[in-house]
Design a protein around this ligand. Structure first.
Ligand code: OSB
Ligand code: MG
Length: 375
């Protein structure tokens, strides 16, 4: 099948979170989300979501840098190159260094268009095999330990299969201990979003070994595979890398260094489905479990995450959870819901498998730009 993209539409929508989400790097109360829509000559469309945040605290990208890179570099490159399929987009965009979240928003939209034209659900189109995915939740830092325990209780009672709590210096061992004491049997992990340093914090991080954690996610700086490797040698608990793994090469290096034993894959962080699949394949071939991370996505990005999670290497519950945990009303119909046993069924309809509520997207739009690729 040969794709012919005629135009790409960018919209910024603003969605208030039901409750603020706090990590070691800051607090988010609303999401400014870049929605990408590609159109072919016959009016068929595909949707993508760029997960870059408002501020460059998770990585260097922001929604504003992504908007600029998309309009000034990604779209012109797609227009000038010769390519036919979604699987080629990653190579076409390779001359643009980094800016992976910007590229992923466009790449995912093209995959959705291609799946739609093929009449296949996106998850099958990318090679997914699971008809149901296992779900966990990521719980932000709370105002008190009691508030955290209450949140954990709610999510455990909803059926989620894995609870992850955010930690930061001063709110770490005490939280792990409190949650583990109240919930001795749950599958529990912690995520530091790079808040620690090996030189000063190794003794503290070693204490986390006492709480039977499934993993400790991204304790150290993103670029620091070597220190993660030194830390892993001192721990029984597996390290999981998130921010550190932005491409296949990073996954390979992390594996060779034994810098982690689990990988969180986020579509945006690695630049799209092609790179995500390459990391998944490498990890599977090296017995490294992976799971799908989240970036507080709207239903569009959430649908892409569901598709990604159906690949065979995604053997651990991810951070893909129900729309209602984030939004009063999502931008897709039906919203994403989770079963009482903490699973999401992969959709059966072609493409995303969810309808995008166009009038809701229109009502939430605060900025828009359309760029034509072909006359
Ligand atoms: O590190 O996984 C992370 C949210 C924003 C930025 C980074 C992270 C997160 C989450 C939320 O943990 C996952 C979600 O529920 O979407
Ligand atoms: Mg993380």
């Amino acid at each position: 099948m040969k794709l012919k993209i005629e135009r790409i539409e960018l919209r910024e929508i603003e969605l208030p979170l039901k409750s603020p989400f706090e990590t070691s790097f800051g607090r988010t109360t609303r999401r400014r989300i870049l929605i990408v829509r590609v159109f072919d000559r016959d009016g068929a469309t595909g949707y993508g979501e760029c997960v870059a945040s408002e501020r460059p605290f998770f990585n260097h990208e922001t929604i504003d840098t992504a908007w600029l890179i998309t309009t000034q570099h990604i779209v012109p490159l797609l227009a000038s190159a010769s390519w036919d399929t979604a699987a080629q987009v990653n190579d076409v965009l390779a001359p643009i260094r980094e800016n992976r979240m910007a590229k992923a928003g466009v790449e995912a939209a093209i995959w959705d268009l291609e799946a739609t034209l093929a009449g296949a659900p996106l998850w099958r189109h990318i090679g997914g095999t699971r008809e149901e995915i296992a779900c966990g939740v990521s719980i932000g830092l709370q105002s008190s330990t009691e508030a955290l325990l209450e949140k954990v209780r709610t999510e455990v009672e909803s059926g989620y299969q894995r609870i992850k709590i955010k930690i930061k210096p001063g709110k770490d061992v005490n939280l792990a201990q409190a949650v583990r004491q109240q919930f001795p049997d749950i599958t529990l992990s912690v995520d530091a979003n790079s808040a620690y340093r090996l030189e000063t914090d190794i003794e503290l991080l070693k204490q986390l070994d006492d709480y039977n954690l499934l993993m400790i996610e991204q304790p150290l700086t993103p670029g620091d595979l070597l220190d993660h490797s030194k830390l892993q040698k001192e721990l029984r608990t597996p390290l999981c890398l998130d921010e550190s793994i932005v491409c296949l090469a990073n996954a390979r290096h992390a594996h060779e260094l034994d810098a982690c034993r689990i990988i969180n894959i986020k579509l945006g962080r690695v630049g799209g489905f092609t790179e995500a699949k390459a990391i998944e394949t490498f990890a599977r071939e090296h017995q490294t479990p992976v799971w799908c991370g989240g970036m507080l996505e709207s239903g569009i990005g959430r649908a892409h995450n569901i598709a990604l999670s159906t690949l065979p290497g995604f053997t651990l519950p991810g951070d893909v959870s129900a729309s209602a945990r984030y939004w009063e009303e999502d931008v897709i119909e039906p919203p994403v819901t989770v079963s009482r046993t903490g699973t999401i069924k992969a959709p059966t309809a072609a493409g995303l498998g969810f309808e995008v509520n166009e009038s809701r997207v229109e009502a939430l739009t605060v900025r828009r730009e359309t760029i034509r690729l072909s006359p």
